[in-house]
Design a protein around this ligand. Structure first.
Ligand SMILES: NC(=O)c1ccc[n+]([C@@H]2O[C@H](COP(=O)([O-])OP(=O)(O)OC[C@H]3O[C@@H](n4cnc5c(N)ncnc54)[C@H](OP(=O)(O)O)[C@@H]3O)[C@@H](O)[C@H]2O)c1
Length: 332
């Protein structure tokens, strides 16, 4: 143990994120006080929501202040403990930010079992993104066997789980993703029935071909033109789970939705949601996902950046679609 390394928010981006928005600093490793633990972070999760936290805007969670450590989900190991709930050596998942060592009072920190699924899975398929998929699909898309479920950003951390859960419900799972490699992964590795490459330039025609019976449930991760095109496929009384709008995050101005009429004439039920809305369901969802992954029933892919210093670059790549599956940073 020598020094701590931290990534701070140096400035707020006005459009696409740049390396200069971050500052990497060395500092002393902190000492835990009464009731606190010192955690050595092993894995850092990079997620689209972090882009929102870089803006000083009102949202469902407080933004990061300039000079503060970037917010982020982590898996680590307790190396000092003054808290009876945590023993030295425990593996823990929490939100300890873009840094190698962190102090926690135990709030929001959960001990995880390191031998059932790989530790990194607790940040992806068995963590916040997986729970988002589980919760948004089962609660808000409410899919029934035989229905068609469409999901955007289908090869990503959330979308990949949505498609596989939809298949388990007996649905036709159709994805939308950027490029043939991602579409092939969704179909061949994850078992989607079809995946439409939105970069191929004929989105509406390809969606119609992939969804011959229309769309009964749409899990929205992207927004923009992809959302407008997908709205045109919605069946009467279909459901939309509005999970994310990643195509808007780097835009100075939000995209103007054009196809709201499709929601009206088809009497569509749309629900925006945040994964932490139903804390009561969280442990149940994690248990289900851990069991399904351990049994090989849910598959996943990780894109891994090496070392904390690579985090800004990897995050910029995530917002441009450079990742396949869950974007992580390996810290140790
Ligand atoms: N509501 C919640 O509680 C909650 C929780 C977790 C995540 N989310 C949201 O869910 C969405 C997916 O998150 P994730 O963690 O699974 O990320 P991800 O899919 O693993 O990675 C982001 C993907 O988004 C796509 N993308 C990026 N920029 C895009 C653009 N301009 N247009 C179209 N697609 C673009 C890229 O895939 P392609 O190459 O296929 O375009 C990229 O790989 C995000 O919108 C996120 O904010 C919401």
């Amino acid at each position: 143990m020598t020094k701590n390394l931290q990534v701070l928010l140096a400035s707020r981006p006005t459009g696409p994120v740049e390396e200069s928005n971050f500052k990497i600093v060395e500092s002393d490793i902190p000492k835990p006080g009464g009731g606190e633990v010192l955690v050595k972070n092993l894995w850092l999760s990079l997620d689209p929501y972090m882009r929102g936290r870089m803006n000083a805007a009102k949202s469902y969670a407080k933004y990061v202040e300039i000079g503060d450590v970037m917010v982020g989900g982590t898996v680590g190991q307790v190396i000092e403990s003054n808290n009876p709930k945590f023993r030295i050596g425990d593996h823990v998942v929490g939100s300890l930010g873009w840094q190698l060592y962190a102090i926690s009072n135990g709030e929001g920190l959960n001990v995880i079992e390191p031998h059932i699924v790989p530790l990194s899975a607790y940040l992806g398929v068995c963590g916040m993104p997986g729970v988002t998929a589980w919760f948004g699909l089962l609660e808000y898309c409410a899919p029934k066997a035989g229905e068609t479920v469409l999901v955007s950003a289908a090869s990503g951390a959330v979308g990949g789980v949505v498609g596989q859960l939809a298949k388990m419900q007996g649905c036709r799972a159709v994805g939308i993703a950027g490029g043939p490699k991602k579409c092939e992964y969704a179909v061949k590795e994850l078992g989607f029935d079809a995946c439409v490459d939105y970069k191929a330039g004929k989105l509406i025609d390809d969606l119609k071909a992939a969804c011959p019976n229309g769309v009964d449930a749409y899990f929205e991760n992207v927004g923009g033109e992809i959302m407008d095109a997908s709205f045109r496929l919605l069946n009467p009384f279909s459901r939309v789970a509005l999970c994310g709008l990643i195509s808007d995050y780097n835009r100075p101005e939000a995209y103007g939705v054009k196809m709201l009429r499709a929601l009206l004439v088809n009497r569509v039920k749309l629900q925006g949601f945040i994964v932490f809305d139903r804390q009561d369901l969280y442990p149940k969802a994690v248990a289900h996902l851990v069991n399904a992954v351990a049994a090989g029933k849910i598959k996943y892919h990780e894109t891994i950046a090496e070392g904390l210093r690579s985090a800004p670059r990897a995050f910029m790549g995530l917002l441009k679609g450079e990742n396949l599956g869950k974007q992580l940073v390996k810290l140790a």
